[in-house]
Write a protein that binds this ligand. Structure first.
Ligand code: ASP
Length: 332
């Protein structure tokens, strides 16, 4: 009997090891998800051209991130590349195309986090930095601080040689129209039709490192130096190796109060929830308070998932296992 067990045991161990290795091989080696904001996005309000233009822009950002990851680059670089491209695109509320403040200017927020070390960089209320995600990254990599705001952040940007532009460079007629509507009281500053459009990316690289980045112009008609959730580590942005990377979009005040990104990761780490379950539960909490929006999540296992508490979210995901999807409406 002993002899039999002695013969079978190594076999069982080999089989178990074999299936673990197979499971590992089946998992994506890299993974990325992006968003371009969530809100009221319904087919009836979209023209075919507009729908196609958004999908092409999302695919381009996804491709920029994929190229970095597929070449063995870092998740930080992939996230930076994808967010930067979306910042340059006037269709999204980040960088060029950012919404207007009550006073008719643009104040931009951004954050980035490295899941490997949990180093983070964030900027809030910057007005002349062309790509706030690059400044957030500089704060993380080249300053002793995590978050810089306003004039000081601008000074840091200029000292580090980042590209500066006049505030009017961020102008677009569509966003000006939205401000006018808010000012004439046709909609409120928090009306679902105009408040979203933030961009973000999360990624897992072939080295097993997670990263997250988010960039936004905030909310139309914001006042008094209002800062949203995007640059707040643990609210709109969070990454922790072995757990998950999250970027959020939505009604920032609620996302701050729920601590969305950190709570979501904590649910995965402490309760063992899947990325999807944790995203759904955390957004349900946002909804209970009266907020809405969405999240993109990449888990340590390479799962790339969306959580949506709105009728749509501009989004995309891709993995080394062959997933490639861009989508707009919640039901696709
Ligand atoms: N979360 C952003 C903010 O509150 C807005 C958005 O996602 O569009 O500033």
């Amino acid at each position: 009997m002993k002899k039999l067990i002695g013969m079978i045991a190594p076999l069982l161990v080999a089989m178990a090891g074999g299936s673990a290795a197979m499971a590992q091989n089946a998992e994506p080696r890299w993974s990325i998800a992006i968003h371009g904001g969530a809100g009221t996005l319904e087919r009836k309000d979209m023209t075919t051209e507009k729908d196609a233009a958004y999908r092409a822009a999302l695919q381009a950002a996804l491709d920029a991130g994929k190229a970095v990851l597929a070449a063995g680059g870092t998740s930080l670089d992939a996230v930076t590349a994808a967010v930067r491209l979306l910042e340059e695109d006037p269709k999204f509320n980040a960088g060029k195309g950012a919404v207007y403040t009550w006073d008719g200017a643009h104040e931009l927020d951004a954050a980035i986090m490295d899941g490997r070390t949990r180093a983070a960089g964030a900027v809030a209320g910057v007005t002349t930095v062309r790509n706030p995600i690059l400044l957030a990254r500089k704060v993380m990599e080249d300053s002793p601080h995590v978050m810089l705001a306003g004039k000081g952040a601008e000074q840091f940007a200029s000292e580090k040689g980042l590209e500066l532009v006049p505030n009017s460079w961020f102008d677009t007629p569509e966003r000006l129209e939205a401000l006018k509507k808010v000012k004439t009281g046709k909609v409120t500053a928090l009306d679902v039709d105009i408040k979203f459009g933030t961009v973000g990316a999360v990624a897992l690289d072939t080295h097993g490192n997670l990263a997250a980045g988010t960039s936004t112009g905030g909310m139309t008609g914001k006042r008094w130096g209002r800062i949203g959730d995007a640059p707040i580590i643990g609210a709109g942005t969070y990454a922790e190796n072995g757990v998950c990377a999250v970027s959020a979009t939505g009604w920032g005040e609620y996302f701050i109060r729920v601590g969305v990104a950190r709570t979501l990761c904590a649910r995965m780490a402490m309760k063992g929830e899947s990325a999807q379950a944790a995203a759904d539960a955390t957004l349900a909490d946002v909804a209970r308070l009266g907020g809405d929006g969405g999240v993109i999540v990449v888990g340590a296992n390479g799962d790339a998932v969306f959580g949506i508490e709105a009728s749509g979210m501009y989004r995309g995901r891709a993995t080394s296992a062959g997933v490639n999807q861009v989508a707009i409406y919640k039901d696709e």
